[in-house]
Design a protein around this ligand. Structure first.
Ligand code: HEM
Length: 456
């Protein structure tokens, strides 16, 4: 039996208007009316939505020959390049992901923690005593600087970070609805994407050549990939190294910027949580604001605020697969040829899983409640199963460091009305403008008056 079909929609267009306006509301409506699995229509495609932990587990556990990530992510091939990631068979993708693992081990995360702190401190040095910031722009720049250094290395960061930020912007401009259907059409956005990719490959290629000539190694992802060996004991080609670096920057930079933005927006819109977070800064990081890996792991109040931002506003609101072979769940069959999706943003608002889901309540992740651990695949802002994000720890650490530096040095206050999600882009941040007012604290660390007040 086919999954139940969602009502509404228009002849020919299906549900595309409702989907484009607010895909999360559409998925929540379907869940309310039809339950954990249902179909809706987009022009040229039937989409099966899966909502709630059991359905999400079925989605994440399906093998690649049933639900194919590779087929829906073909638009990334002109960005990452040929012979890497979604241009290779799934088994080869697994091998390529494994090349990256040494770059994500503790000793590396320790080094990145210092880079993250240094970059953030340098960034805010020029801010003066008071002013206003465009929070998404700040987070975007900061995460580009941090990514450039942690991934490609100090050489590139010193020379061309701002150019890198522009190139990245052009690469991202190559991702839109048209690219999803045909990423090779002769459009200006795609030409800019291709020019940016060529330039980035040149820049990274220069660093690789210099490192080979000097015989020096950094402590970054580039070094990890330059020392990796394939099954035959051979070094990776420059093309593979560049492609994998692009994939990682692409997967991790903008998503981190957006989650860092939401973390700050939500925390400052619900100020009664601030005292606990500030008290923890003082207790754990001490007077000089040290950021060792061990200390960062003890920032549990901030961690819960980051998780609550992930729950309420996951940057990737939809995860898609092509149904390559008939997909069965709960007695229904979604036939081959359609699309399947889960929506982290919608499923995080299901009340059976997260109590009072529209309420900002980081304590839901505390030891007494642990709402994310009661069922598998409940909190899925970083995906699940085989394609689960490999950069979760890196991303969470980065957001912790950025907000630790900001909270220790500044009092911040959001300007204007509450921020709503902007669904017009692939990575969903708050609608602009999203500005904040800041005032530099008299002492770098958090003092007793800052801690006045208590959480409900
Ligand atoms: C807040 C930041 C981030 C968010 C919200 C995020 C989210 C996700 C999600 C939802 C997926 C699964 C996609 C799917 O199932 O279709 C994923 C995959 C992935 N992420 Fe992240 N990510 C973040 C940061 C990072 C970082 C920092 C890195 C690298 C250092 C990274 C590398 C990857 C890679 C390589 C994959 C593909 C894994 C595979 O297909 O096997 N991500 N991410």
């Amino acid at each position: 039996m086919r999954p139940p079909a969602l009502g509404g929609g228009l002849p020919g267009l299906g549900h595309v208007l409702e989907f484009r306006r607010n895909p999360v509301a559409l998925v929540l409506r379907g869940h309310r009316e039809l339950g954990e699995i249902f179909d809706f229509r987009l022009p040229g495609a039937r989409v099966t939505a899966l909502v709630g932990p059991a359905a999400q587990t079925a989605f994440f556990n399906a093998s690649e020959d049933v639900l194919s990530a590779r087929e829906v992510y073909q638009f990334t091939v002109p960005i990452f390049g040929n012979g890497v990631v979604y241009d290779v068979p799934p088994a080869e993708l697994d091998v390529q992901m494994r090349y990256l693992f040494p770059a994500l081990r503790d000793e590396r995360l320790r080094r990145y923690a210092h880079v993250m702190r240094e970059e953030t401190e340098t960034y805010v040095e020029s801010w003066g005593d008071a002013g206003e910031i465009d929070l998404p722009a700040v987070m975007n720049e900061l995460t580009v600087f941090i990514a450039t250094r942690c991934l490609v290395g100090d050489e590139l960061r010193q020379r061309i970070s701002r150019e890198f930020a522009h190139l990245f912007h052009d690469l991202e401009g190559g991702i839109n609805l048209v690219a999803f259907f045909n990423p090779y059409l002769p459009l200006p956005a795609f030409r800019r994407r291709d020019r940016a990719r060529t330039r980035i490959a040149e820049l990274i290629g220069t660093v690789i050549a210099e490192r080979r000539a000097r015989g020096t190694a950094g402590e970054d992802f580039l070094e990890t990939l330059m020392s990796a060996r394939d099954a035959a004991g051979l070094a990776l080609s420059d093309e593979t190294i560049v492609g994998l670096l692009l994939a990682v920057i692409f997967a991790g930079q903008h998503t981190s910027a957006v989650m860092a933005t939401w973390t700050g927006v939500l925390l400052h819109r619900h100020r009664d949580w601030l005292p606990a977070v500030l008290a923890e800064q003082r207790e754990v990081l001490g007077e000089e604001g040290r950021v060792s890996l061990e200390a960062l792991r003890r920032l549990v109040a901030l961690e819960r605020c980051i998780k609550e931002a992930e729950r309420m506003h996951p940057p990737l609101v939809l995860l898609m697969r092509r149904i390559a072979r008939d997909f069965e769940h709960a007695g229904y069959v979604a036939p081959a040829g359609g699309l399947a999706l889960v929506s982290p943003a919608a499923s995080h608002r299901v009340a059976d899983v997260f109590a009072d889901p529209d309420r900002y309540d980081p304590d839901r992740f505390g030891p007494e409640r642990q709402e994310d651990h009661r069922t598998k695949n409940a909190l899925i802002g970083f995906g699940g199963g085989h394609h689960r994000c490999i950069g979760t720890t890196f991303a969470q650490q980065q957001i912790k460091v950025i907000w630790s530096v900001l909270l220790q040095r500044f009092e911040l206050e959001p300007i204007g009305p509450d921020a709503a999600p902007d669904y017009s882009t692939l990575v969903v941040g708050p609608r602009l403008p999203c500005r904040m007012r800041y005032r530099r604290r008299r002492r770098a660390t958090v003092t007793a008056p800052d801690l006045a007040g208590a959480r409900p």
